[in-house]
Design a protein around this ligand. Structure first.
Ligand code: DGJ
Length: 728
């Protein structure tokens, strides 16, 4: 049993995974104290708790004159507001009388086989024998608010999950104003934190900072998880590297506004909170109602960040992503966006497809512009009917011709949006999110549909399924090109409007669940202006996400480096595009663009007809290479061999599970005259194995790991690196 409970006056809960221990206990007052999350330990860690008498840290009434017992200094499992813990809190309510205190005390626990699921929300799943669930019930001392803390345990994977259910068992309505999913007190040790920030077309740039006394935060209030901050975070010991030191990682399975807060307090204790962003969250809990929070997936490693990443990659690929394509080889696709933008017709698309088919591409994806009146981004969104002016014979005619080339066909939607210049808006202006009496903010000229409205959901389901059933479609790119504002829906009374942001996300999830179930053979790829909704919530429905609108191979090495801390390579949509690059004007060699795009779910985003014969030949070879290496890239372990923001090269490595296949790829950024070659130690090999390169040169695993491999002598900038070793 991974979950062990020692009952007594104080009940001790211990969760053991293969290499970690999580521990908490109820104390004499029924407060659930957090004791430990870290390397495997035996025994009761409560001996580490200190009970200092700290000024201005009040004491619960039952503690009488015991000035050393304070909720403000003790590590809590789920910190509340209003009863004397002045650090950041996980949960807050407003009772019917306007007061907002919540004082949660232990009631009971249950252990279940398997991993819990959450109705309407993405969650880690596992076979019954792979997981256990612990539920701990806490109740407020003075009201009928009950909180159930859920812990999912996947012992072999060394990962845990947490989510919370908050119930109103009383007979008056309670307003829930904050409901985090994870509250983790780390009372010992010195920590730094790492978060992933960015902007459109430059997402998930890692930033590591010492913790300052006080509060640090990474969050989104955009209604989506955002390009600007990712719902993932790391706490690292100051000496933590890729391969050594302690770190805790957490990722939120959610696609809307979120908040990650870390407080380093007066006692040098650290508290990490992760969950729904409270500024965009209110929930009315009527008598007997329950609210379920989304889930956080987290892990601890005492061997550095690489181990942590491997755990998240496995957990997300095998226990979050779902469907036919979860583990399957992904089609190599060509997308027409950067090739044509809106300016295409059937002929142009077929011309692109013909050359792509000849060179070995598996699938053509028709991007924005195939529907409604859509000559540019000013109009048409919402009118999901084929534009027969552009596609004269209709979609089926195009698809049949593409299929005749031996290719699959995929198509783009941006379901959540509506253009003011669209039939949909003219017919249902009240389906758009607008506050009566105000002009709504427009983003890329467009408005949002109210995804909380069942009629909107029904319309989208009908339109999308109608298109998907009209012909043989194998893939959908689900885009979303603006941040959300002007939260208003006539469907909720004023006092419940604060529920809308979360209900919006639930609406998307419901629609995605319906569509992915109805079309199980279709590969759904998430997208939000590239990686603006690259999160583990979306990955539950879409096993890959367009990583960034930035297709510049150099910048992609940084974006993909940051993305790799939590998200597996198979989830990263990545394409070769033309030079000069459309986002940066940078010129990089074809081969470097290919090795960068191969560290993901591979494809092209250009008109292959415009390439030289030599480049076309290179494309053919790249396709063959991805066919050969794809399984290693998606199923192997991924190693970050350099930090591209700090070195003159970006090099990463894939190692197969049996350690017999190794692929080292990347690029050297700048070449200098009389340049000394870089030597990079490899990782994760079998030290006793002999590894051979294609040219016959061989090295022992120990040599490659201790001595390293010399990167090729570079010529020009962004020089590609690609070394494939086979172990003997
Ligand atoms: C943003 C996406 O990220 C692009 O790849 C493309 O699909 C455009 N939207 C189309 O409008």
């Amino acid at each position: 049993m991974a979950i062990q409970v020692k009952e007594g006056k104080e009940t001790l809960f211990t969760i053991q995974t293969k290499h970690t221990t999580y521990q908490m206990k109820t104390d004499a007052y029924g407060v659930l104290q957090h004791l430990w999350y870290g390397a495997t330990i035996k025994g009761d860690m409560s001996y580490l708790l200190d009970y200092p008498d700290v000024g201005f840290s009040g004491n619960i009434y039952e503690a009488g004159n015991q000035r050393t017992y304070s909720l403000n200094t003790l590590p809590q499992e789920y910190a509340c507001e209003g009863v004397g813990d002045y650090r950041i809190s996980a949960v807050a309510v407003t009772h019917a009388d306007g007061s907002n205190a919540l004082d949660l005390r232990y009631q009971s626990y249950t252990i279940k086989k398997g991993k819990y699921a959450i109705q309407g929300l993405p969650a880690v799943y596992a076979a019954e024998k792979e997981a256990e669930t612990l539920e701990i019930v806490l109740k407020d001392t003075a009201s009928s608010v009950q909180v159930t803390l859920r812990y999912g345990v996947l012992p072999e994977l060394d990962v845990l999950t947490r989510c919370v259910s908050i119930s109103n068992l009383g007979d008056t309505t309670v307003q829930l104003t904050k409901a985090a999913s994870l509250c983790l007190d780390v009372p010992y040790g010195k920590w730094e934190w790492m978060h992933f920030y960015g902007r459109h077309a430059m997402e998930r740039i890692p930033e590591r900072m010492p913790l300052l006394h006080g509060i640090q935060e990474s969050s989104s209030t955009r209604g989506t998880s955002s390009h600007h901050q990712n719902p993932s975070v790391l706490l690292c010991s100051p000496d933590c590297t890729e391969t050594s030191g302690s770190c805790i990682g957490a990722v939120f399975l959610y696609s809307g506004s979120f908040q990650t807060k870390i407080e380093y307090d007066q006692m040098r204790q650290t508290r990490l909170i992760m969950g729904l962003h409270p500024d965009l969250f209110r929930w009315e809990l009527k008598p007997q109602e329950t609210f379920d929070t989304p889930e956080v997936l987290f892990s601890y490693s005492e061997n550095g960040m690489e181990t942590l990443s491997h755990r998240f990659h496995k957990a997300i690929r095998e226990h979050v992503c779902r469907g036919k394509y979860q583990l399957a080889e992904r089609p190599i696709l060509i997308n027409n966006w950067e090739a044509t933008y809106f300016d295409f017709n059937e002929e142009k698309i077929l011309h692109i497809a013909q050359e792509a088919a000849r060179l070995g591409v598996d699938m053509l994806v028709l991007d924005d512009g195939w529907f409604g009146k859509r000559e540019d981004d000013n109009s048409g969104l919402g009118d999901w009917f084929v534009n027969e002016k552009k596609l004269k014979g209709g979609l089926d005619s195009l698809v049949s011709k593409i299929k005749a080339l031996g290719m699959k066909f995929g198509i783009w939607f941006e379901p959540e949006m509506v253009s003011e210049d669209s039939d949909l808006y003219r017919c249902h202006p009240n389906w758009a999110i607008e506050i009566p009496g105000r002009k709504p903010m427009r983003g890329r000229y467009q408005l949002l549909l109210d995804m909380t409205n069942p009629d909107v959901q029904e319309y989208l389901y009908e339109r999308i399924s109608d298109i998907l059933s009209s012909t043989d479609i194998s893939y959908v790119k689900w885009d979303m090109n603006r941040s959300i504002s002007d939260w208003y829906t006539a469907l909720l009374p004023a006092e419940r409007l604060g529920e809308m942001p979360h209900r919006y996300v639930l609406g998307i999830y419901a629609l995605l669940e319906r569509l992915t179930s109805a079309f199980p053979n279709v590969l759904f790829e998430g997208c939000s202006g590239g990686g603006g909704r690259f999160d583990a919530g979306m990955l539950y429905y879409c096993p890959q996400i367009w990583c960034s609108d930035d297709t510049d191979a150099y910048e992609r090495t940084i974006i993909q480096y940051g993305t790799s801390f939590f998200y597996p390579t198979s989830t990263v949509g990545s394409h070769v595009s033309v030079v000069p690059n459309h986002q940066t004007g940078r010129i990089t060699p074809m081969k470097s663009r290919a090795v960068t795009a191969m560290a993901g779910s591979f494809g092209y985003e250009l008109d292959l007809n415009l390439l030289s014969e030599a480049e076309k030949e290179a494309v053919q070879q790249q396709i063959q290479q991805f066919k050969q290496y794809g399984s290693l890239i998606h199923n192997g372990k991924y190693y970050r061999l350099s930090n591209p923001m700090e070195s003159n090269y970006a090099v990463w490595e894939f190692v197969s599970e049996d350690q017999k296949e190794v692929l080292v790829q990347g690029m050297i950024f700048r070449t200098e005259a009389n340049m000394v070659r870089y030597c990079v130690p490899l990782r994760g090999l079998d030290k006793n194995c002999i590894y051979r390169l294609k040219d016959g040169t061989s090295y022992s695993g120990s040599a490659l790991m201790k001595g390293g491999i010399l990167l090729p002598k570079s010529w020009g900038d962004y020089y590609p690196v690609s070394l494939y070793f086979v172990g003997e």
